[in-house]
Design a protein. Structure first.
Ligand SMILES: [Zn+2]
Ligand SMILES: [Zn+2]
Length: 349
């Protein structure tokens, strides 16, 4: 084992503080990464606060990791020391089940090992995420980043990016397709940028005039500022795909009613476990509409979205912070006061 420096929380309700943690030294299939930047995902906040249950402490969050290769295991030679790489939500899985073979490691039939708050199958200790100076990861879960430009803005692509890219691709976003994005936050602003780069016209539903202005600047074709469900229904627009990023109770029927026949609405914003949405079946049945959900993306798709973002020069809109600002940043995320993702500069450790 080797020692690493990190920022984490030692118990539920605690503040962030510097911690010494242990990482496994590289195995033959591993690489070691010096972490340069790590995005702060809304799910980091939920897990630090144990909103979903099952959080284990100490917790070192962070699954939007960008860094540089510092050590390469003898079977991991597709990577070289000095390569820029990324790590997203997962660091291991069985690799042999059908889901893993199909590139959906997040659905591994045996066990997906999450980047933090999981058990490392090699050491039996907890996994620790990217709020740290280094990490050891199996080569199958390391994404190549073929650019050195604006790497901080690339970090959120590893979670927020692939989470929205995956359903946009699956449901056919592209030229001639009308896409709506509900909610403009970390996920929503990535959905907007990606759908636009795929060639779709994108409309953003938001409750904020200010965010509607931002959406226009980020390339939205249209915006709908709504106060209630009637404003949504009256908008009179119709979409092939709606990416619903709102992570709290809201009227999904009003949004679904703006889908074209055979259109699909995809839920990607995960609210607290106790949240229930009510659904009017006729809204789906009338026009053969679909309602579905999507959870991150597999490793091949994560590599694909990173390559897509390099090619189209897409990055997340970020606010770069230091480790010492973590508690304040978490407070601002809770108040929905971030435009549009915090990213930690790991050199501040
Ligand atoms: Zn995330
Ligand atoms: Zn598997």
């Amino acid at each position: 084992m080797i020692s690493a420096n990190a920022y984490g929380v030692e118990s539920q309700g605690g503040s962030f503080k510097p911690l010494k943690i242990e990482r496994r030294d590289i195995l033959d299939d591993d690489i070691m990464i010096e972490i340069l930047y790590c995005g702060i995902c809304h799910s980091d906040v939920h897990q630090v606060r144990n909103d979903w249950g099952g959080s284990r402490y100490p917790i070192v969050p962070g699954h939007e990791i960008v860094g540089k290769v510092t050590k390469v295991g003898k079977n991991a030679d597709k990577f070289k020391i000095g390569d820029y790489v990324g790590v997203g939500c997962m660091v291991d899985s069985c690799g042999t089940c059908q889901a893993c073979k199909d590139g959906f490691e997040q659905q591994c039939e045996n066990e997906t090992v999450w980047t933090y708050n999981s058990v490392d199958p090699h050491t039996k200790g907890l996994t620790f995420g990217g709020y740290s100076d280094r990490i050891t990861v199996n080569k199958r879960f390391v994404i190549k980043i073929n650019t050195h430009e604006n790497l901080a803005g690339m970090a959120p692509i590893l979670c927020a990016g692939v989470t929205t890219y995956s359903p946009l691709k699956k449901f056919g976003a592209g030229p001639g397709k009308q896409v709506a994005v509900a909610g403009l936050g970390g996920l929503g602003h990535m959905a907007l940028k990606l759908a636009k780069a795929m060639g779709s016209e994108v409309t953003v539903f938001t409750t904020s005039e200010k965010k509607a202005e931002d959406a226009k600047k980020l390339g939205a074709h249209g915006t709908i500022v709504y106060k209630n469900k009637d404003d949504i229904r009256k908008s009179g627009l119709s979409f092939n795909i709606i990416i619903d990023t709102i992570p709290a109770d809201h009227d999904i029927n009003a949004l679904i009613s703006t889908l074209k026949p055979n259109g699909t609405m995809v839920l990607v914003g995960l609210p607290e476990r106790s949240t229930r949405y009510s659904l009017s079946p006729s809204i789906l049945m009338d026009s053969n509409r679909s309602l579905t959900g999507s959870n991150i993306g597999g490793i091949p798709e994560t590599q694909e979205v990173i390559d897509f973002c390099v090619k189209h020069n897409i990055r997340s809109e970020i606010e770069l912070i230091k480790f010492q600002d973590l508690d304040e940043a978490y407070g601002r995320i809770m108040k929905n006061d971030v435009r549009y993702r915090f990213v930690i500069d790991n050199s501040s450790l």
